[in-house]
Design a protein around this ligand. Structure first.
Ligand SMILES: *Cc1c(COP(=O)(O)O)cnc(C)c1O
Length: 218
């Protein structure tokens, strides 16, 4: 996949090792056959936004070793399905959902979670405000079926590279603060097709890429 080369190039441009940056292939709206094709090219980590659509594909592809990441908005009536079918959730930002996912996770391994942080503080964007982050991290650490791995952010859409970097730098600051209290925290989920290079420049450890892998969505 071209995108792997792009990640390697961006990493070396900013003095980072490509091994520090994981690729999450965002396959929402694309059929299982496209996921299978990416799997054959070596991709093992896939992100989905719509629970019911995802479960159809997860069941269809159950023979393949795939790590499934839920990255869409969480609705209370879907937490049981998320807790059952996914390995990771990137979009956790409230206590009620955290407690539901924890009590509904019956798998042997805890659900890996990233807290979604609202860095641009836009009313329209979901995510937790920075001021509540430390308290929410402590709450998650008290829930045995959840494993806090880091934070996720979706900054406001921006085409200017320096402005993209500026928003990601703020997320990186929050990530480092959390990490200083908890060495198990290792995931900074930021960067999409339109701002991947800026995210890598600022320290992203997981980029979530849809369009640049699968093409334009309908
Ligand atoms: C759709 C989506 C992506 C991928 O976006 P592209 O611009 O297609 O790369 C990444 N993260 C989230 C949360 C998404 O909803």
């Amino acid at each position: 996949m071209d995108i792997r080369r792009q990640i390697a190039d961006d990493a070396s441009l900013y003095g980072r090792s490509p091994d520090e940056i994981q690729l999450l292939a965002v396959s929402k709206t694309f059929p299982a056959s496209d996921i299978q094709q990416a799997w054959q090219a070596g991709q093992r980590r896939f992100g989905e936004n719509y629970v019911d659509e995802a479960i159809v594909k997860i069941q269809e592809l159950s023979d393949l070793q795939i790590e499934w990441h839920y990255i869409g908005p969480i609705q209370s009536n879907k937490t049981k399905k998320i807790a059952t079918y996914f390995d990771w959730v990137h979009s956790l930002s409230n206590e009620k959902h955290a407690r539901r996912l924890n009590s509904q996770r019956e798998n042997n391994t805890p659900l890996n979670v990233c807290i979604q942080v609202n860095i641009s503080n836009e009313e329209s964007k979901s995510g937790l405000t920075v001021s509540s982050l430390a308290d929410f991290a402590r709450l998650i650490n008290d829930l045995p079926q959840l494993k806090l791995r880091g934070i996720m952010g979706i900054p406001a859409k921006e085409t200017d590279f320096d402005k993209q970097r500026h928003a990601f730098a703020a997320l990186t600051d929050e990530f480092r603060k959390l990490q200083s209290d908890d060495p198990d925290i290792d995931t900074l989920s930021m960067g999409m097709s339109g701002d991947m290079q800026a995210a890598i420049a600022e320290g992203s450890t997981m980029v979530r890429i849809g369009t640049a892998i699968f093409g334009k969505r309908q």
